[in-house]
Design a protein around this ligand. Structure first.
Ligand code: Z5A
Length: 212
């Protein structure tokens, strides 16, 4: 049985990652590809329990180091219980955020060295990386407006952080834009300001080499 393909979606708040994870899965299933959609933080029972610890409570509940360890622990469980078995069974996995989010939010924005994030990833998740990562790009104000419309006033620990944090997050993704240039085989930049159908089509075009 050939191993499945592992895809991740990354990008700022409101870029449309969850919408596109569902739409891409539907398009792949139409083509006969067995596809699992999952998300981070979360995706397995243990990781969903850690998600609640991460997203609820005061903005300053966790130090940057403790938060980084919690994300790594959640990912380790997710990889072991859900992502790995699905790939072994030949399914494609679409993950809504993955380790690049830790590199952006806890790493560049939170001040944790990239080498430390990668060392935790090597230990916790055996260094598993997606084969293709779609970086959904949209202007931060458009993404924030979309998320605000979706959430209608409800916020979590991340959304309730101050403007300086969100500026740092934008800087983090600008950094990954540059990293993406250095890893063009894995990262594919997608213009997420387009209509949802056009975004899905752009991702499918970037998978043409793998599609049946
Ligand atoms: N985090 C972290 O710090 N470290 C980590 O390692 C990981 C995560 C894995 C998790 O939030 C938070 O955890 C996140 C980063 C941090 N915080 N922030 N910021 P989450 O999982 O609860 O949610 P999210 O990943 O942040 O989701 P999001 O970015 O807010 O949304 P999205 O998935 O990109 O967008 P969406 O929900 O698909 O769409 C938003 C709205 O826009 C919705 O009403 C759609 O119908 C609409 N939409 C979507 N696409 C379009 C287009 N193309 N045009 C117009 N409207 C659209």
């Amino acid at each position: 049985m050939p191993r499945g393909r592992f895809l991740s979606l990354e990008g700022g708040e409101g870029a449309g990652k969850s919408t596109q994870a569902r739409a891409l899965a539907a398009a792949l299933r139409e083509r006969g590809v067995e596809t699992v959609v999952t998300r981070e933080p979360g995706g397995s029972a243990g990781a969903e329990a850690i998600r609640a610890l991460l997203l609820e409570g005061e903005a300053g509940r966790w130090s940057a180091r403790a938060e980084t360890l919690l994300f790594a622990a959640a990912r380790a469980d997710h990889v072991e219980k859900v992502i790995g078995p699905a790939l072994d069974a030949g399914r494609w996995v679409i993950c809504d955020r993955y380790v690049d989010s830790t590199r952006a939010y806890q790493g560049v924005a939170g001040g944790i060295a990239d080498a430390d994030v990668l060392a935790l990833h090597a230990f916790g998740s055996k260094g598993l990386f997606p084969e293709r990562t779609f970086l959904l790009t949209v202007a931060p104000d458009i993404g924030a407006a979309r998320a605000a419309e979706r959430d209608r006033g409800a916020t979590d620990r991340f959304a309730s952080r101050d403007d300086a944090f969100h500026v740092a997050v934008a800087a983090a993704f600008a950094t990954f834009d540059r990293l993406a240039e250095g890893e063009p085989e894995r990262f594919r930049r997608i213009d997420a300001a387009q209509a949802p159908e056009a975004v899905t089509a752009a991702m499918l075009a970037e998978l043409a080499d793998w599609l049946p």
